[in-house]
Structure formats: C-alpha cells, structure tokens
Design a protein around this ligand. Structure first.
Ligand code: ADP
Ligand code: ADP
Ligand code: ZN
Ligand code: ZN
Length: 726
C-alpha cells in the first residue's frame, strides 16, 4: 500500500488514503474536487521530491523541481513517472522515431544490411555529423528568405517600399539603392519586372535579398532579440533543397533495405512499416528486426499506427504525445515504478479507448503501480480499484468519498455514481441553422479533397477516430473563414495574473472597501502607503542568489498579507482586503455587494469555475479550466455573430460538469454564434444540432466525410456504433 496520512495540499481536508500497489487505480470526482491535488501534487510530488533528494546538488539542479506537499506522512512510494498531456519538447530534432527509439533500431538495420553497404549505424543518424545532411545539418528544413514579404509594391522607395529594418527612407542601407540607381518616386508595382528583380537580386549594388541574408542568416554573431524578430518576420522554413527533408547525407539517404530508402521508411505509416519489416529474412539481424517490430506494433496497438516515424514531435497533439510517452515506458525494463496518468483518453474516440486501457493493464502486469486520473467510464471499468474525491469542487471537496470496485461504485450514491446512472438522450429537436459556410476543397494533411457545409447559428460536432482528420478540417475552417479558436493553452504565463486582474475587478474592489469604510481607495492599492513597507505589497521577498535560481520567501513582516495592519483592519462583510484573495468566485458574488464585481465574475461562474479563488494564479489552471476561462471571456466581450472552434472542451470535465459545459455552449449559440466542436464525449455528441463524422480510419485511411446530418440518423460508422453500444 501507499499509505497517505493527513494530506492537506490545496483543498484536501487532512485526509488519510491507502492506495493499493501493483494495481490500476482510477481517481474520479468533479473537476476541482482535488484529484490532481492528491495524485499529482501529493503522491507524485513526494515521490519526485524524495527521489531528487538522493542526488548530489549538481545533478539535483538539473532535475525537475518538485514542491513538497502538505502531508503528515506517506509510506510505500517508489520512483515516479508522470505521463501527462504536456506536449513533447520543442526540439526540431525530435521525431516520433527518435523519441520511441524505433529510429535507433531502423538505423541499426540499415547499417547491417543495406545496399550498398554503408557501415556504422551513426551514418544513419541525422543527429550525428557522420550521417547528417550538410546543407540543413540534419534538420530537414532550411531557413529561407520570404522574399514576398520584403516589399510593399504599392509604395515607392522613398515612401518605404522596402520593409526590412534599415532599408526604409533614412535607414542605414537606404542610400545604396536611392543614390540614383533606382527610381525613388514610382510605386514598385509600376516598375518593369526587370527593375524589381535588379533591386532584389542584382549585383550592382548588391541586391536586397543577398544583403539581408548576409547580415541576418549567414552571420556567426549572437543574434539580438530584435534581429531574431526580424528573421522570424522575413523568413520561413522550407524543405531542405538537398535532402528534401530526409535529413541525411547523400550516401545514407540512397542506401536501401527491401528496395526502400530509410527516408521512405520514415514517411511510411507506422502500421505499413510494421508489416514491411517482417520481410527482412537475414538471420543476422533478426533481434534488431524483432525489437523494431515490437516498438512499431506497440504504436499500432495504442492507435498511433497512422503516424510516421519522421513526424516531428512538436506537431503532435497532447493526446498523441501522451500515448507516445506511454509506448516509451512500455519498453522499459524497470519494475515497481509508480506511473501516474492524467486523463489518458484525451483525443481518443471510444473506438480507440480499449487500446489505451490495454496499455495500462500491460504496465501493471509488468509489476508497476498505475494511478490514473480519468472521467471516462470505460477506464473506470478496467480499474482494480476506484477512489472518488469530493463530494464537490474546491472548499466543498477534498474528502475521500468512495473507495472500491467499479461494480461497487455503481451501487454507491456519490456524484460520480449518480452521473454514471444518467445518460443524456439524443437531442430530439435540433436547432434550425441560419445559413451555412462552406469549407471548400480541403486537402490539409490527410483530407481527401473535402467540401462540406457547416451550418451557422447552431452547434456542430466533428467526430471520428483519432487521426481521421477532425483537427485538420477544423484548421481548414479557421483558415478559410477566420474562425476563433478557443483552445486549452494557458490563459497567462504571468504568475501575478489572477481572476482579479483578469476580470479587471481590482479597482471596483478597492472602491467598495473605500465606500464602506470611508477611507481613500488608494489605501488598498499595492503601490500606496497602505502596502507593507518590507515587501512593497508583494507578500513575498525575492533573494537573488549568484549562480543559482533566485529564492522566493513569504514576507516575515506581513506574513504574505501584503498590507499594513491598519489597512487590514478595514472590513467588508467581515473580510479584510487580503481575505478577498481567498474567496472563491461564488462566495465573492455573494459577499461583495457591488454590481461591477458581480457582473464581471458572473461569466466565470456560468462556465463552472465558481470554485476558483480570486487570488489563484492563472498559471495553476488546467487546460480545460483555461479553455473555460476563454469561453467566459467570449461570452463577456463578443459583438457580432462569430464562428467558434473548440477542440475537446470536455477535457478534465467530470460527467456532471459536462452539463455546465453544454449550457455554456448553448449560451454561445443562443447569442447568435456558430459553434463547432471536436469531441469524443458521447453526451456532447448526442446534444449536437448537426454531426459531421470523419473516417473511416486514421491517416491515409481517413480524411473522408462519412456522414453529415442529425445524430439520430447516423449510420453504422465507428461513431454510430459507439452511440448505440453505450
Ligand atoms: P481536480 O484535479 O479534481 O480537478 P484539483 O486538485 O486540481 O482538482 O483542484 C482542487 C482545488 O484546489 C480546486 O479548487 C483548485 O482551484 C485548487 N487548486 C489547485 N491547484 C492550486 C494551486 N496551485 N494553488 C491554489 N489552489 C489550487
Ligand atoms: P484528428 O483530429 O481526427 O485526430 P488530425 O486532423 O490531427 O486527426 O490528423 C489527420 C492526419 O493528418 C493524421 O494522419 C495526422 O498524423 C496527420 N497530421 C496532422 N497534423 C500534421 C502535421 N502537422 N504534419 C503532418 N501530418 C499531420
Ligand atoms: Zn538537408
Ligand atoms: Zn510584507
């Protein structure tokens, strides 16, 4: 057992929990109930912290930093691996092949049996000078001038037709071109083409393109931020003209196995490659082929057979990244590890979920402990044990409300059990569209020249198995019609940004305190005489340490309360200005009697975020919470009818919170907007006014419209089956 005593992190109410080891344990509960606080911020954090402590300081500084949880005692931990939906790093050299080690085996295969025979396996590594393409240094792409962005053809030279910094009228380089060689008065559009070419590519004086590339691209100087910005604006990445994206040098990229180059294999769908490599019959490489096949099969099993090994990891979705990480750990021979998953079914069609649960069971059967935070009943069904935290969100949660099997949960009376018992019916009276917008001839990624009408003024749900082309179709909608995407990226990266700053209620709060206490409002501002003199109203003190990360400590003078005792003595409904930070949004609406405040907060409450605290940094929000904050902002600020696109808005939502979400989406439609949602959740699909189902398979086996119409009439596609089976 992992024995936890007195867990108090975030909203946890001093709880004791025994989590069995060697099992799949699924943690359930409403959003904000405290699941993550227990699983990630307590169990994983303590395991990570203790593991880090075993290393010398030099190593420790390079490891992820864990915040020690507020807990009495934890026993029975082991080294922890957190498999979350954070995307796999932004390194251009990282591909699906390198991250899963499949590429290592493929290289080995080529070094042993390719024709002509090349030699060492590092000759097939694009991260090794022996193998990399010299033109692009193994990146497969080169940075090239975006010449079409250099000139404003409607302007003359003296009006600033050359848009590059320093080339405009009065700029350092301007006189080179304006000293009589070129016409400075006529808009460039009216020049003969030969003159424009001379300006861009001439030799006397040196053309603008060559000069730009010399100053910005072929320089060994350290680039200033301004230069980097200029480069980003006036260049684009292009496929390497030498290796055409294969990343390897000539010898390595022309060698073949079974008649295919390694580049061709990197572009094949993984499921196809898995079939192909079984044709290698050379006994000397049998172990290599077996290891390669093992990795490829694991990816097919987990529903990623539609990817290719050459795919850059930065282009993967959150759910895809998470599944790749899982495959990587399946190959590990470490046992008795603690694996912690954050909603592994995100991005998975019900059809693909069983592949994921199989992986979880495999990890367990290898002798590991698998903890999963999940809302999907299909995952609960495979759990050896279920732990529900709740009963509600925030302050009204944080307790252990149930522990037992799925069958026992179904008979219990917890919020999760109740939600499981209810199934939302298919919407019987879909709303009538106002009109349509057309996505025409879409060929992005795997789309097979799709033309489709999206009804306006209603909610359309895009469905289909993972990799079928839903996101690609949504991107095409955005590109063709400028829709607004409401995604799950962080609302803010500034740790000082909170619901207070975000909704702009800081001033109304100060005015309220001033009005009800008859003192100046400025007293309650962090940059006034009312602020704590030692921390200047920050509540914390920074200490800069040479050679190390700076330290942050709570200010001793005010104890983090930021104001002088005199200011804190002024109250509204018994609350000081510092207490306001600890109020939840729901409480604040009731206790701060001011229209400006309640109006601004109402929108956050209406999207189900009433449990957030006013002073909670927005950087602590989950992806799903961030997305709902953005929906709230749109509800508050929109003007004319707008087209919104949402990618899996149920991520992180408990079955019951889905009611709130659906009400919010309804609200958007009620305001005259058009809502397009990519979604796997069957309750959301049933509530669609219009359904567009893509497929039939992933990757090149998908990209077609299988069905468009009302949910009730969907034929026997993967989505249709999922709707009838559950
Ligand atoms: P769940 O995982 O069940 O959705 P969480 O454990 O993330 O819930 O959150 C439980 C409560 O703790 C919520 O009210 C949430 O707003 C709050 N909370 C989470 N992280 C932090 C944090 N870093 N600081 C303050 N409050 C937090
Ligand atoms: P879905 O949203 O239905 O899961 P996607 O639209 O993300 O599917 O993907 C459809 C196909 O396009 C898949 O084969 C996927 O691997 C491919 N794809 C998606 N994004 C990219 C990209 N940036 N580069 C290359 N291929 C991509
Ligand atoms: Zn190249
Ligand atoms: Zn202070």
């Amino acid at each position: 057992m992992i024995r936890i005593r007195g867990a108090r992190t975030n909203n946890l109410k001093d709880i004791d929990v025994d989590v069995p080891r060697g099992q799949v344990v699924v943690f359930v509960g409403l959003s904000g109930s405290g699941k993550s606080s227990l699983v990630f911020d307590t169990i994983a954090a303590e395991a990570g912290f203790q593991l880090t402590e075993t290393f010398p300081p030099f190593t420790r500084n390079r490891l992820p930093k864990w915040t020690r949880p507020e807990v009495g005692q934890i026993e029975g931990l082991s080294p922890v691996v957190v498999i979350d939906q954070r995307r796999i790093g932004g390194n251009a050299r990282s591909t699906v092949g390198t991250i899963t080690d499949a590429w290592t085996y493929l290289r080995l295969l080529f070094s042993r049996v390719s024709t002509p025979h090349v030699g060492e396996s590092n000759h097939f590594s694009f991260n090794d000078p022996a193998g990399m393409c010299p033109t692009c240094s193994g990146l497969g792409e080169v940075v090239a001038s975006a010449v079409d962005r250099f000139l404003d053809l409607d302007k003359s030279l003296q009006d600033g037709a050359i848009l590059l910094p320093g080339f405009g009228n009065g700029g350092y380089w301007y006189s080179l071109y304006a000293d009589g060689t070129f016409d400075v008065d006529t808009p460039l559009r009216d020049w003969p083409k030969a003159r424009r070419d001379a300006l861009l590519y001439g030799t006397e004086p040196e053309g603008v393109v060559e000069r730009f590339e010399r100053i910005y691209l072929r320089t060994s100087d350290n680039l200033s931020d301004r230069k980097k910005e200029t480069i980003a604006r006036f260049t684009r990445s292009e496929v390497c003209p030498d290796c055409h994206g294969d990343r390897l040098n000539e010898a390595s990229r022309t060698a073949t196995v079974l008649g295919h180059t390694i580049g061709e294999m990197a572009r094949m769908e993984i499921s196809e490659l898995a079939d192909l490599v079984t044709d290698v019959t050379d006994a000397s490489v049998a172990p290599v082929v077996a290891a390669l096949k093992d990795r490829l099969d694991a990816m097919v099993t987990i529903g990623l057979g539609y990817l290719h090994l050459g795919r850059g990891t930065t282009t993967l979705s959150g759910g895809e990244s998470q599944r790749i990480k899982t495959v990587k750990h399946l190959g590990s021979s470490l046992i008795e590890m603690l694996y912690v998953f954050d909603e592994p079914t995100v991005g998975l069609h019900p059809h693909d979920v069983s592949a994921m649960t199989t992986l979880l069971e495999q990890l367990r059967d290898k002798g590991n402990c698998v903890l999963v935070v999940e809302h999907d009943p299909a995952v609960m069904a495979v759990a050896d044990q279920i732990i529900e935290i709740g009963p509600r969100a925030g302050d009204q949660g944080g307790e252990l409300v149930f522990q037992g099997t799925f069958a026992e949960l179904r008979r219990a009376k917890t919020p999760t059990a109740t939600a499981l018992a209810q199934q939302r019916p298919i919407k019987d009276q879909p709303r009538k569209p106002r009109g349509t917008v057309t996505i025409a001839d879409a060929t992005r990624n795997n789309l097979k020249n799709v033309t489709v009408d999206i009804p306006t003024g209603v909610m359309t749900v895009l469905t289909g198995v993972a990799g079928s082309g839903k996101s690609s179709l949504a991107s095409e909608l955005v590109a063709q019609h400028d829709a607004i995407v409401i995604d799950q990226k962080p609302v803010s990266t500034n740790r000082r940004s909170t619901p207070i700053t975000y909704t702009g209620i800081a001033t109304p709060i100060r005015k309220l305190f001033s009005r009800l206490n008859n003192v100046p409002a400025s007293l309650f501002s962090a940059n006034s005489s009312g602020a704590c003199p030692d921390c200047d109203g920050l509540g914390i003190i920074y200490t800069d340490l040479a050679f190390m990360d700076g330290q942050e400590t709570v200010c001793q003078t005010c104890g983090g309360r930021r104001f002088t005792p005199e200011v804190l003595s002024h109250k509204v409904d018994g609350l000081s200005i510092a207490d306001v930070d600890d109020l939840t949004i729901t409480d604040a609406i009731q206790r701060l009697p001011d229209r400006a405040i309640t109006k601004a907060l109402h929108h956050l409450e209406s999207v189900g975020l009433g449990y957030l605290r006013l002073g909670q940094p927005l950087t602590t929000l989950s992806g799903g919470e961030a997305q709902r904050v953005k929906i709230a902002k749109e509800l508050r600020e929109t003007t004319g009818p707008t087209l919104y696109v949402l990618d899996e808005p149920t991520t992180g939502l408990h079955l019951r919170d889905i009611d709130t979400l659906l009400a919010v989406l309804d609200d958007l439609v009620q305001h005259g907007h058009t809502v397009v949602v990519i979604e796997h959740n069957l309750d959301v699909i049933r509530q669609a006014d219009w359904l567009i189902d893509l497929g039939p398979g992933p990757g090149k086996h998908g990209g077609k419209i299988l069905y468009q119409g009302h949910v009730a009439e969907i034929p026997d596609t993967a989505t249709g089956q999922a709707l009838t089976n559950r």
